[in-house]
Design a binder for this molecule. Structure first.
Ligand code: PEP
Ligand code: MG
Length: 546
């Protein structure tokens, strides 16, 4: 009989196949008495070195397959192995209790992961899995047990309680149809890696999954709806098989649009750009023939780092994006930390309503040294391509005046240092608060462009927390209020010689493409995989018809 489990899809695609329940070789840790403490500590050191060497190999593999930003987690794992608090705890247990290193590592892993799991911050909670992951690796090295390969020989749907980042990246992509996990959060590195590995995936399905499924069970995974149907009935199987075939056919047809213009039937042209979160996504931008990058969420450089990225590190990343795009426009958004994107080293105060708190440009204006470092890196990179800089969460004219004066200060500083910078850098703002849309007539003369962030604009206009799944029924993404604010911003932008794009998720909603074009939207910036779908929608519009 068919059983249905529901979770959250982290990559939309359909997969049909047999289940393989992910088996982790649990290192069974026994507590034993040790007489020679020094020898035990030396054994621990050797195991740690071995674990780091393994991680280096995984890092190299990840670097080749999923790029630098996604591989970074394994560098962080290597650093975590050397973390002082973590090591003091292990060594302290060995010394004080005269016990074996395996036991000391296992106890430390439990304590540290519980500590992370109990934190309020979703990002920190996700780190609990990392501590367990490195600890299991050390224990495995101590016991001279090497992990078995995670993948089976045939193509399978992997079902697991949760997958540690190192387990996910070690999966042989050619043998994995999909993965489904009982737990996991969309903030975890596993989810991020999965999206980048293009593996259909569902997380947070619940404990029942592993109690019910067995190796070899047939299932269908619908990564769009977040459902897995185990032992599906004929109707479900046929429906999703048809959907998969349609998906493949649509993808194939869309490929034919590469190299073609984003032009309506009546001759109106717009730009279709791509949104990225990392330098590693550029391959996908180019493969999908995007005309430029409409939103580079620079905060991911901060999220993936364990400390503030330096000016040099940022410069290298921005320069690489600009050079790879070979003169095509690249709009880099200054950091949008806060709300759902928390970074521990920023030490932000805990807030009752973080989405309404100190986030994005508010952090930059209260901590200008962070802002200036980023601006210096951006302006230095501007000499290597066509750069636009965009500021998030704008609400007022004085705020924008302040930002523009800091930009000027940074430009003058660099010029006086003899650094080459472009004098063609466009400056723009995100329209993602109702305030910005309402005063867009005042803001437009101050900038070169607007980019509408519909994700936040919808949240703030409808007073619906974008993170809260429980109020989804109240979120009408086509709400007239949101559409009117976009239209108002477009009119005001054009009256003052600025151009306007949309970079929120709504830009990829092709049921609205014609409405956006009628409003005069000049650019739509979407996930790389949606570029051709939007191009197709644009080419079907006829604005001469009413
Ligand atoms: C938006 O708010 O629509 C947007 C593009 O920014 P983010 O989703 O990163 O907040
Ligand atoms: Mg936003």
């Amino acid at each position: 009989m068919m059983t249905t489990f529901r979770g959250k899809g982290v990559y939309g695609a359909i997969a049909l196949g047999r289940i393989s329940v992910f088996k982790r070789k649990e290192a069974s840790v026994k507590r034993t008495h040790i007489d020679d403490i020094e020898a035990e500590k030396a054994r621990l050191e050797a195991a740690k070195e071995n674990a780091k060497a393994q991680l280096q190999e995984i890092y190299d593999k990840a670097l080749r397959e999923v790029g630098e930003a996604n591989a970074q987690i394994f560098e962080i794992h290597m650093m975590m192995i050397d973390d002082d608090d973590y090591n003091d705890s292990i060594v302290g247990i060995i010394e004080n209790q005269s016990v074996n290193a395996e036991y000391a590592v296992a106890v430390t892993a439990d304590n540290f992961s519980e500590m992370f799991a109990s934190m309020d911050d979703a990002y920190m909670q996700a780190r609990a899995a990392d501590v367990k992951d490195i600890s299991n690796r050390i224990i495995s090295c101590l016991s001279e047990n090497q992990d078995e390969s995670a993948a089976s020989d045939e193509k399978v749907i992997i079902c697991a309680d949760d997958l540690a980042p190192s387990e996910t990246v070690l999966l042989d992509k050619d043998r994995v149809l999909a993965f489904v996990t009982a737990f996991g959060s969309s903030n975890s590195h596993t989810a991020i890696l999965a999206r980048n590995m293009n593996i259909p995936a569902i997380i947070g399905v619940g404990e029942e999954l592993l109690k019910s499924v067995r190796d070899g069970d047939f299932a269908v995974v619908d990564g769009y709806s977040g459902e897995i149907f185990v032992d599906p009935d004929e109707e479900t199987k046929t429906r999703l098989e048809r959907k998969r075939t349609e998906d493949e056919e649509k993808k194939r047809l869309l490929q034919e649009l590469k190299g073609k213009e984003n032009i309506t039937l009546d001759g109106t042209k717009i730009n279709v750009y791509a949104n990225i979160g990392s330098v590693d996504n550029i391959g996908s931008v180019l493969a999908n023939d995007a005309g430029g990058i409409g939103l580079f969420r620079s905060e991911f450089l901060y999220l993936e780092s364990s400390d503030y990225p330096t000016e040099e590190q940022q410069f290298a990343a921005y320069r690489k994006v600009l050079e790879s795009m070979a003169g095509k426009k690249v709009i880099i958004r200054t950091l949008d930390i806060g709300a759902d994107k928390q970074v521990d080293y920023f030490n932000l105060a805990k807030e009752e309503n973080p989405a309404l708190g100190c986030r994005a440009i508010r952090i930059c204006l209260t901590r200008p040294e962070i802002f200036k470092t980023q601006l210096r890196a951006l302006y230095r990179a501007s000499a290597y391509g066509t750069l636009g800089i965009m500021f998030p969460m704008i609400t007022s004219v004085p705020e924008l005046e302040k930002i523009l004066s800091i930009c000027e200060e940074v430009r003058n500083e660099l010029k006086s240092e003899g650094v080459e910078i472009s004098d063609q850098v466009e400056l723009g703002i995100m329209i993602e608060t109702p305030a910005a849309a309402v005063i867009s007539d005042r803001l437009a003369p101050m900038v070169d462009f607007f980019s509408v962030g519909t994700n936040d604009l919808t949240q703030y206009t409808l007073a619906c927390d974008r993170q809260n799944a429980a109020i989804e029924q109240f979120v009408d993404t086509h709400h007239e209020a949101v559409l009117r604010l976009i239209e108002m911003s477009a009119k005001n932008a054009h009256e003052h010689g600025a151009w306007i794009g949309i970079c929120g998720e709504l830009a990829a909603d092709t049921s609205l493409t014609e409405s956006f074009l009628r409003m005069g939207i000049d650019e739509l910036s979407v996930s790389p995989t949606f570029v051709l779908k939007v191009r197709d929608a644009v080419r079907r519009c006829d604005l001469s018809k009413y």
